[in-house]
Design a protein around this ligand. Sequence first.
Ligand code: CA
Length: 293
Amino acid sequence: MIDAKAELGEGPCWDAERGRLLWVDIEGFNLHVFDPETGRNDTYHIGQYVSAVVPYQGDEVLVTLAEGFHRLNLANGELIKLVDPEQKKPRNRFNDGKCDPAGRFWAGTMSLDGVQGEGALYCLEPDGRLRMMLDGVSTSNGLGWSLDAATMYYIDTPTRRVDQFDYNLDKGNLAHRRPVIRLTEEMGYPDGMTMDAEGMLWIAEWGGGRVGRWNPSTGQLMSVIELPADQVTSCCFGGAELDELYITTARSGLSAERLEETPLAGALFRVKPGVKGLLSTPYGYAPGTDLQK
Ligand code: CA
């Protein structure tokens, strides 16, 4: 556990090639790199909202900032803008993002003012083309793909649902949206999620203080991991065996009193849930490449 006191810890992504976890603090404007071998957590201050990070090439990662998709060189700090699809929406920012199994970088947006339906979901192709895939989104969040990549799962948080689409991995296209998991009023709001090696979804509950393991075929909750923090934001498998679940949390939205009661809010947690996960795909990944070196 890293007691990082993140305002809004988010976006954990395992960089298998380098054996490290990339994650962000969206409202703290920081990108973090945790090395489990040394226990070191390096912090890169970005100076603006940084909402998602994925491995790329050499010293570079891809990030989504308030102003779109960028390449960031972690060795020298060089930041190169790739594309900003929401230049005309200064009160929106990017939120959760992840690569599909073919290395396309999917990321969505949300209103900073809580305006519903102002966001969208985008897909950045490995060749740099950007497509808007969904609009009318409120708080674009968790993404995941089934083991055969024929299904994409998606969370727009205020809906309290996970929806699934038929997914065409060759083209990166979505079809036939329908709800598959519903969180009840007694639970938190669904935020980030990740797929495990058995095809089950691990869903972080904002306000629920836990991560739930769900069966997307039946919509049933199978088990939960309770955390000493209310705002659980996202999770991702990592470690050499992919048997460790990294979980991010936030301090954002908690009263001073509640922060005193839950001093670990904003920490990065690591648990062994007894099941393995899938590799996070780097941006531009060419299918057939060995990810684990
Ligand atoms: Ca999120």
